[in-house]
Ligand binder design. Structure first.
Ligand code: NDP
Ligand code: OXD
Length: 311
């Protein structure tokens, strides 16, 4: 009878409990810390941003299941038990919601909405017509589960879409690039840049002055990867100079974004509170249950994280 430790400060344990009870009545979910009286009885952990050291306190742990797609927070735990397999969420509903977010914000910048918002604030009627999607290139940093789905949706709307990944990829209808040279080629033509990278030592601070300077003047940035991909001062400088015309940010170095942070007052930045896409229990619990069953049967979990790679 598997025992599953649950920890999240933002996800609703009630929804997870009822969904898991329906899908796997033999699994007992125990919310940390109130419901865990015997750490040795815990086999699996379903967690989002657990306190560092918590997982190391579970001596018989067989699976660390992230409640999200990104695992940078888990890998940053200095006491992470390295022998326990870790899996992340790959889920059709999570992917669909991220695609919605990317399409929404790409269209927002494509159709010059930051400019029209300024004109509205001034009470100015100025007829500026956006080019058709066929004349715009959207570049996507990260051609993984989320990046590929967003790329396909944007290509379906007629955009020219490029994507960049660590290994060479091939996706029908998308210009795929890898390597530093490939990134430079993509940036040179990208008017709307979407970041869907995992946060690793290699990708931290990637969205900085050097990268912005390689984009065409007046490009837009959409960051739904992680806050630490972005050098905040460089974004503000790029917006001030006009090198960037606007940005949509869902993730931040400090979350919640502190009161008084300069982003709040920057009219060309759209802020959303890390809600581009979340794991909905009614969909994502299926993978959680499958992974519990797999480790119980001695198999590796699906979507296992490679700690050496960082994602
Ligand atoms: P995947 O692991 O499926 O894809 C990651 C992509 O990034 C891959 O294409 C990978 O390359 C590429 N990549 C990684 N490192 C590098 C590098 N150094 N240089 C170039 N490319 C690199 O992840 P997902 O698509 O599932 O998720 C991506 C991220 O989105 C998550 O890690 C998380 O941070 C963020 N996220 C944000 C959410 C939000 O609400 N804001 C919700 C969910 C996720 P390769 O293909 O070669 O492996
Ligand atoms: C995730 C997130 O990684 O919500 O799933 O950021």
């Amino acid at each position: 009878m598997p025992q599953l430790l649950f920890f999240s400060r933002i996800d609703d344990p009630g929804q997870w409990r009822s969904t898991l009870a329906r899908l796997a009545p033999d699994v007992t979910m125990r919310i940390w810390p109130d419901e865990v009286d015997d750490v040795a009885a815990i086999d699996c952990a379903l967690v989002w941003k657990p306190p560092p050291g918590l997982l190391a306190r579970l001596p018989n742990l067989r699976l660390i299941q992230s409640m999200g797609a990104g695992v940078d927070g888990l890998l940053a735990d200095p006491e992470l038990p390295a022998h326990v397999p870790m899996a992340r969420v790959v889920d059709p509903l999570l992917t669909q919601c991220m695609t919605e977010y990317v399409v929404l914000h790409t269209l927002y910048h494509h159709r010059l909405m930051p400019l029209f918002a300024r004109r509205q604030a001034e009470g100015t009627w100025q007829e500026i017509v956006a080019p058709p999607a066929q004349e715009r290139t959207v570049g996507i940093l990260g051609l993984g589960e989320l990046g590929i789905a967003a790329a396909r949706a944007l290509a379906g709307l007629g955009f020219r879409v490029c994507g960049w990944s660590r290994s060479a990829r091939s996706v029908a209808g998308i210009t795929c690039r890898s390597t530093a040279a490939g990134l430079a080629e993509m940036l040179a033509e990208t008017e709307i840049l979407v970041c869907l990278l995992p946060l690793t030592a290699e990708t931290e601070d990637i969205l900085g002055a050097n990268l912005f300077a390689q984009l065409p003047h007046g490009a837009a940035l959409i960051n739904c990867g992680r806050g630490r991909h972005l050098v905040e001062a460089d974004l503000l400088a790029a917006l001030d100079s006009g090198q960037l015309a606007g940005a949509s940010l869902d993730v931040f170095r400090e979350e919640p974004l502190p009161a008084g942070h300069p982003f709040w007052a920057q009219r060309d930045i759209v802020i959303t509170p890390h809600v581009a896409s979340i794991s909905h229990p009614e969909s994502a619990a299926q993978l959680v249950v499958e992974n519990i069953r797999r480790v119980w049967d001695g198999l590796p979990p699906r979507y296992q994280v490679d700690p050496a790679r960082g994602y």
